[in-house]
Design a protein around this ligand. Structure first.
Ligand SMILES: C[S@@+](CC[C@H](N)C(=O)[O-])C[C@H]1O[C@@H](n2cnc3c(N)ncnc32)[C@H](O)[C@@H]1O
Length: 242
């Protein structure tokens, strides 16, 4: 049995009889997960930290970011990273986070305990972040109902609303990262993102459990919001080409 850097052995079993089989399997997987142990060691609130760090290492989305909005932020590991890269402090807050679950305070992060689908959420987030964000990150996953198709549809809906929000608020050159599912991204959403960003890709980080259908959708390099007349001119040009 190998030992982790914090001295805990991997491959541990939970005694039968104490828990339901499904809970025992979850607990075994959790205590034997190297990312859970690394998160503890490095002071992150969740193993999810490594998904963002891994994506950033390869795609450089956080470098130079001055303001970040974190959607579905609890317990807060992505917000921890966001506060660090933006140099956010209590005096000069540069990170806004939202979750309907309670989240322990984090220095430099303005936390809204609110449903992102609440009509007031976008304005409150913009108010909290204090300026144009460079990056919008969303790890939102709908609470599971036990019915997989329903869960996927709800999470995809969150991804879509997050994408519209990002297009509405990001500064030019900004990036949008969101949780999605394998094969789950609707063609219409991909088209919208491709129209608005220079590059759009799907990513499965190594730290995302292989048995999970979770993927991340990354849209890089926001082209900026066009004026209504510019957009109309483009649409007219497209129509006359048909
Ligand atoms: C996977 S967790 C996020 C983990 C987080 N990125 C971290 O690093 O700690 C997903 C979160 O999305 C939140 N969530 C799901 N739907 C939401 C909604 N409509 N509004 C706000 N938060 C939501 C859940 O409450 C949950 O805390």
């Amino acid at each position: 049995m190998s030992k982790t850097p914090i001295g805990r052995k991997l491959g541990q079993k939970v005694k039968k009889g104490k828990l339901k089989a499904s809970s025992r399997r979850w607990l075994e997987r959790h205590i034997n997960d190297p990312y859970v142990q690394r998160a503890k060691l490095e002071g992150y609130r969740a193993r999810a930290a490594f998904k963002l760090l891994e994506i950033d290492e390869k795609h450089q989305i956080l470098k130079g970011a001055r303001r970040i909005i974190d959607l579905g932020a609890a317990p807060g590991s992505w917000s921890q990273i966001a506060a660090k890269v933006t140099g956010s402090t209590e005096e000069d807050v540069r990170v806004a986070a939202i979750d309907f679950l309670e989240m322990a305070p984090l220095p430099g992060v303005r936390i809204l305990q609110l449903d992102f689908l609440d009509p007031e959420a976008p304005a409150k987030l913009m108010d909290a972040v204090g300026g144009t964000p460079d990056v919008v990150i969303s790890d939102m996953a709908a609470p599971t109902t036990g019915h997989q198709k329903t869960d996927h549809l709800r999470t995809m809906h969150l991804c879509e609303v997050a994408a519209y929000f990002a297009i509405e608020v990001l500064g030019e050159g900004g990036h949008f990262l969101a949780k999605t599912f394998q094969g789950g991204t609707e063609r219409e959403l991909l088209t919208l993102l491709k129209q608005n960003f220079r590059q759009v890709l799907h990513i499965k980080p190594a730290s995302s459990r292989s048995e999970s259908v979770e993927m991340f959708l990354l849209a890089k390099g926001f082209k900026g919001r066009k004026s209504v007349s510019e957009q109309a001119a483009e649409e007219n040009a497209d129509e006359s080409e048909d």
